[in-house]
Design a protein around this ligand. Structure first.
Ligand SMILES: Cc1cc2nc3c(=O)[nH]c(=O)nc-3n(C[C@H](O)[C@H](O)[C@H](O)COP(=O)(O)OP(=O)(O)OC[C@H]3O[C@@H](n4cnc5c(N)ncnc54)[C@H](O)[C@@H]3O)c2cc1C
Ligand SMILES: NC(=O)c1ccc[n+]([C@@H]2O[C@H](COP(=O)([O-])OP(=O)(O)OC[C@H]3O[C@@H](n4cnc5c(N)ncnc54)[C@H](OP(=O)(O)O)[C@@H]3O)[C@@H](O)[C@H]2O)c1
Length: 267
């Protein structure tokens, strides 16, 4: 069958029994801003009555940066999930549907200029930051980039940890942005249900002051700090409240301010 908006899978890697990443060809006409998401999917099962098939689409953050010639995605595997129960079995050469209409709030345009940018992620909420961490503008706009990633288990941090480590030897980015650009990054991974060097929810670690002491920085301040949040709904709401208490205001594409939020998935 010829799929509408079909793109070909070029790479698949399974990170845990619940997480995988994959790359697909990029439509020549697709332009997006690092941090945005698109709708992707597969053809659904035939309707038992009509035999017709409809695309089964879900929102996915583009994990690759805007300059990349392919598109990367970082995905959950929900065993009874309509899409990911199937998507988790894709192989190189298979086709996925990609609607080329990128949107989203986790973009530099939605923030006022600042000195330090914070990326706060839980689980697959790391995906938009995988894009922004490889985006030259991130390093042009900010002196310091702090990325926090909270997951249940240590293995769920590997995709992000390897990506950040790979920046050190990325010849293209070191040449384009400047040798040693990655030294601007402070990476703060934490786990909540399995032993790792730093245990606890980032929200609790910030409330107690432990995260700021570990990172050697002051709490967020509207004069200097900008932030992007991508996690589950409760996480997003909790951080939003904390930011409002720090005096930060939520921005949007049309009204840039101090922080922006996007859901990593719908509850
Ligand atoms: C703006 C936006 C961006 C998104 N970006 C991504 C992304 O980059 N990667 C990604 O894997 N998913 C992402 N999602 C979630 C994605 O759209 C789907 O929900 C997911 O692919 C599962 O699809 P499904 O049909 O298998 O199950 P669904 O019926 O969509 O979900 C079933 C249940 O699984 C849980 N669930 C769904 N997605 C996740 C997740 N990512 N992490 C943990 N639990 C989840 C929820 O409890 C949900 O109710 C995003 C969602 C939104 C709204
Ligand atoms: N991850 C797994 O191994 C696993 C396995 C089977 C099924 N599931 C199911 O899959 C779904 C999603 O699981 P997930 O682990 O990807 O995502 P999740 O439940 O959103 O948790 C991701 C991380 O965010 C933390 N977190 C949750 N709410 C928070 C808040 N308000 N403030 C700060 N941190 C917060 C969690 O800590 P806490 O641990 O303290 O909540 C966890 O470390 C759930 O329905 C879950 O039951 C997950």
């Amino acid at each position: 069958m010829v799929l509408p908006d079909a793109q070909t899978v070029t790479f698949v890697k399974h990170w845990t029994d619940r997480l995988f990443s994959f790359r697909v060809t990029r439509p020549a006409s697709l332009r997006f801003r690092s941090g945005e998401f698109v709708m992707i999917g597969l053809m659904g099962d035939p309707d038992p009555k009509t035999g017709k098939q409809k695309p089964l689409l879900r929102a996915y953050s583009i994990a690759s940066p805007s300059w990349d010639e392919e598109l990367e995605f970082y995905s959950i595997k929900v065993q009874d999930g309509p899409l990911t129960s199937k998507l988790q079995h894709i192989k190189v050469g298979d086709e996925v549907i990609l609607r080329p209409k990128p949107v989203g709030t986790l973009v530099h345009d939605a923030l006022l200029p600042g000195k330090r940018i914070w990326f706060f992620a839980t689980g697959t909420g790391f995906a938009p930051f995988a894009s922004l961490l490889r985006e030259p503008q991130t390093y042009e706009d900010y002196d310091e980039i702090i990325i926090t990633h909270t997951c249940r288990e240590a293995g769920e941090l590997t995709y992000g940890a390897e990506l950040i480590e790979s920046l050190k030897t990325d010849e293209l980015l070191n040449e384009v942005i400047g040798e040693g650009f990655w030294k601007k990054i402070k990476y703060y991974p934490t786990t909540t249900r399995e032993e790792s060097p730093k245990m606890g929810r980032i929200t609790d670690l910030m409330r107690s002051g432990e995260a700021f002491a570990d990172l050697g920085v002051a709490p967020l301040n509207p004069e200097t700090d900008r932030a992007m949040i991508c996690g589950n709904l409760a996480f997003n709401l909790e951080l939003k409240q904390m930011f409002e208490d720090y005096g930060l205001e939520e921005g949007a594409n049309s009204d840039p301010k101090h922080y922006v939020v996007e859901k990593a998935f719908l509850d």
